[in-house]
Design a protein around this ligand. Structure first.
Ligand code: PXG
Length: 290
């Protein structure tokens, strides 16, 4: 397996970065998780735009154009002969000294890992997922805006630990005011009386690429869709709940905090959107040959 590091393709065993890299020392950097489907890169442009927006927000200048970044991803996919892949694209502040000062880091580190996609078990999709509400609150946006996809994922990891302790895969994270933001690595949607509702990202959530794709599909399918503040009471009373993310795609949720949601199985709108999303991944993307 070849890993892209700073312009070169390097064998996995030799693909290493400095212990002085501020990505490691301080979580100072940004990343993306991207999928390809049968030689089609899903929403590459949107992912790359988000990466550069995240980098801008932490005043990290990526020393490559967006076009060069897409070329580097495709080069790595080709080197590993992957038509169905998960891509991890990381840009760190680069090696510096043992202090926070980002000015001491002379050059950002860019690396790209492409891997076979590890799919979630089929039964999650067929039966639906059980999740909990995390004790850990989502980061306060004025302290560290969750719209920045940074290497600082401790907030999410602490909530993931809450989920694991409860024997579940995912957990809902509330913001400091108690509104539903998202899960640890997925956005959240609910359906009530035929309306599709998701939290506005401004309350403290990542603007998910899958989330945007699902909103677009719902509009096309004449499903009324709204961004609205959601409380846990609303979620418990929902007809359907599902999560969206690059790895999970669309995953139904049937129990939250031990309470049954809707009919306790994946709902009709969730299943229609899942079908439409699958079709979208076959047509909407950047084609590359391996
Ligand atoms: N919220 C958070 C906090 C995320 O990290 C999403 C929502 C969904 O966004 P997309 O753009 O993927 O629809 C994410 C993304 C991992 C992993 O290894 C998780 C994500 C991305 C990359 C890797 O678990 N979640």
């Amino acid at each position: 397996m070849k890993i892209y590091i700073d312009g070169k393709l390097i064998d996995k065993e030799k693909a290493v970065i400095s212990v002085f890299d501020h990505g490691l020392l301080y979580g100072d950097g940004v990343f993306e998780g991207i999928r390809t489907y049968d030689g089609l890169g899903f929403r590459f442009k949107e992912h790359i735009d988000r990466l550069y927006r995240s980098a801008d927000a932490i005043e990290l200048k990526i020393p490559m154009t967006k076009e060069e970044m897409v070329d580097a991803m495709i080069m790595t996919l080709k080197a590993n002969k992957l038509r169905d892949a998960y891509i991890r694209l990381v840009v760190t502040r680069g090696p510096g000294d043992l202090g926070l000062d980002p000015r001491k880091c002379s050059k950002p580190t860019i690396f790209i890992i492409t891997y076979q996609i590890a799919l979630y078990p089929k039964e999650f999709y067929q039966k639906g997922l059980e999740i909990i509400t995390a004790n850990t609150r989502r980061n306060y946006p004025l302290a560290l805006d969750p719209r920045i996809k940074s290497l600082n994922y401790l907030n999410n990891i602490l909530a993931k630990i809450d989920a694991i302790k409860a024997g579940t895969e995912e957990a809902i994270m509330l913001n400091y005011e108690g509104y539903v933001t998202e899960c640890t690595g997925d956005n959240i949607f609910m359906v009530k009386d035929g309306e599709l509702i998701t939290s506005p990202v401004s309350i403290g959530a990542l603007e998910g690429i899958t989330r945007d794709a699902v909103i677009g599909l719902a509009r096309k399918m004449d499903i009324p869709v709204f961004e609205r503040l959601i409380k846990m009471e609303d979620i418990y009373a929902a007809d359907e709940v599902f999560l969206t993310g690059t790895a999970a795609e669309i995953i139904p949720v049937v129990r939250i905090d031990k309470k049954r949601i809707g009919g306790g199985k994946p709902g009709g709108i969730t299943l229609r959107l899942t079908g439409a999303f699958k079709e979208l991944t076959k047509s909407d993307g950047v084609r590359y040959d391996v």
